[in-house]
Design a protein around this ligand. Structure first.
Ligand code: ACO
Length: 426
């Protein structure tokens, strides 16, 4: 294997170091390129740009492998609790039982949000999109906990607060949207059961979450826990790189996640499946639109920047949907439509040639729907799951002694210098 790359520019040869990861991933280090050559690189959408060294998540898109700190996503989804995975992603190891108890105690102790903050929900219209409310509320935490402004990245209090309070924020937002009183957290419950309680209990009657549903929420959150340098995580790192506080960085990540090309796809998938159902099952008409580039229509929940084979998370979710819906006695016609659509797409040369497979968002919406989560909250659920990843990536960056503010270059293609023209002469 080459230990350096050679680049010839205007007759001069430059040697560029090679960086090799623990799974033999290779990169050419161009960090000194501009200083040495005066050139920058162009890489729209950062398709070939490694923005950092990271030891959190390994992803092989060709082979469909996803591991956090060496543990496969399938293994974690089957055996772990979400908070164990959160600890693993953020701090690097699975917690010992003492560490885990202490971590969970911290999460329990911080579950209530400042009472003044609860009144902020009244300022939002009840029809406001929950992602807009979530991002605003997470950012508002920096106003309620101003010690975050000069926090040391080793100071875990903000991590614990955010992990705990985000659940309460999500659930209070939901209650407000349906005109129900907020349900305060119950700290005798597990992380996921407490979330279900705040979402679905009401003061008028007793409520106990079905353990199978609690387990399903646990698995859903684990499946979303981290996904290396995706759009929202890269946003968290970029905003955090200016030393903006953790709440601000995560709030920005939530907004990046919202887009339908990223986490917003789970909502868009259900809308797409619904449209096919409303058309009487006109798969061909829909597929023709998808393949016609001028239509602007995409098969939502399909394709991925990194996966060029089946997303392992989509496999777990497809199996989960198959088992969970019968348990809940939910007969959702959209599940059959999704399966039919998948089968058609996987046989179609358009998708085969482009290596387009179902991604995490293809089946997650069907599971959320069966659990009684409203469609406009699907991406909020994604955010709840992704939080450990955002925090872990932010923490890793903040503790990197070589951290630099994120600031890409550009190649200017506009007008050259010219004199100002007075208004009456234009
Ligand atoms: N439907 C139809 N065509 C598609 C789709 C799709 N879902 N995805 C990719 N393509 C086509 C593109 O039109 C392009 O075709 P071309 O080579 O003829 O121009 C080719 O496949 C490559 O697609 P790009 O858009 O260049 O791939 P990129 O890596 O930039 O985009 C993305 C990845 C945004 C996820 C894309 O596949 C997509 O839009 N998918 C649908 C939205 C979606 O499900 N997003 C969730 C992703 S997972 C997540 O973020 C959590």
């Amino acid at each position: 294997m080459a230990d350096s790359a050679k680049l010839t520019l205007e007759g001069t040869e430059y040697e560029l170091p090679i960086v090799v990861g623990s799974e033999d991933e290779k990169a050419i280090d161009i960090s000194k390129l501009r200083d040495q050559t005066g050139y920058v690189t162009i890489d729209g959408g950062y398709k070939n740009t490694g923005s950092c060294l990271s030891s959190i998540t390994y992803l092989d898109g060709e082979k469909g492998i996803l591991r956090h700190r060496g543990y496969s996503i399938e293994n974690l989804a089957e055996k772990a609790e979400f908070l164990e995975v959160a600890y693993l992603v953020i701090y690097g190891t699975l917690p010992t039982s003492n560490e885990y108890e202490e971590f969970k105690k911290g999460i329990r102790d911080h579950s209530i949000i400042h009472e003044d903050m609860r009144h902020l929900f009244d300022g939002f219209p009840s029809s406001g999109h929950p992602m807009s409310i979530l991002s605003s509320m997470v950012c508002a935490l920096s106003a309620y906990y101003p010690d975050c402004l000069d926090a040391d990245p080793a100071d875990d209090i903000h991590i614990t607060r955010l992990l705990s309070k985000i659940r309460t924020i999500v659930a209070f937002g939901y209650k407000k949207s349906i005109g129900h009183p907020a349900m305060y957290p119950r700290n005798d419950l597990s992380y996921c059961a407490n979330f279900m309680h705040m979402m679905f209990a009401n003061p008028a009657e007793p409520y106990e979450a079905d353990p199978i549903i609690v387990k399903a929420i646990n698995t859903l959150l684990i499946l979303h826990a981290d996904h290396e340098q995706n759009c929202s995580t890269a946003t968290v790192r970029l905003v955090g790189s200016s030393n903006a506080n953790l709440y601000a960085a995560v709030s920005a990540g939530i907004l990046a996640l919202w887009g339908p090309l990223h986490g917003g796809a789970n909502q868009a998938v259900i809308e797409m499946l619904q449209e096919i159902q409303d058309s009487g099952g006109d798969y061909k008409g829909f597929m023709d639109k998808v393949k016609d580039k001028s239509s602007g229509v995409r098969l939502m929940g399909f394709g991925h920047r990194v996966y060029k084979s089946y997303d392992p998370r989509a496999k777990v979710l497809k199996d989960m949907a198959a088992k969970l819906l019968p348990h809940l006695k939910v007969d959702d016609p959209l599940l059959d439509i999704a399966k039919n659509l998948e089968a058609i797409a996987l046989e179609d040369s358009y998708f085969v040639e482009r290596n387009l497979y179902p991604n995490v968002d293809f089946y997650s919406g069907i599971v959320y729907r069966a659990l009684g989560i409203p469609v406009n909250m699907f991406t909020v659920m994604f955010a709840l799951g992704r939080l450990p990843g955002w925090i872990g990536q932010w923490r890793e960056m903040m503790r990197d002694p070589g951290k630099k503010i994120g600031r890409p270059r550009q190649i200017f293609t506009g007008e050259n210098a010219r004199p100002f023209v007075e208004l009456d002469k234009r």
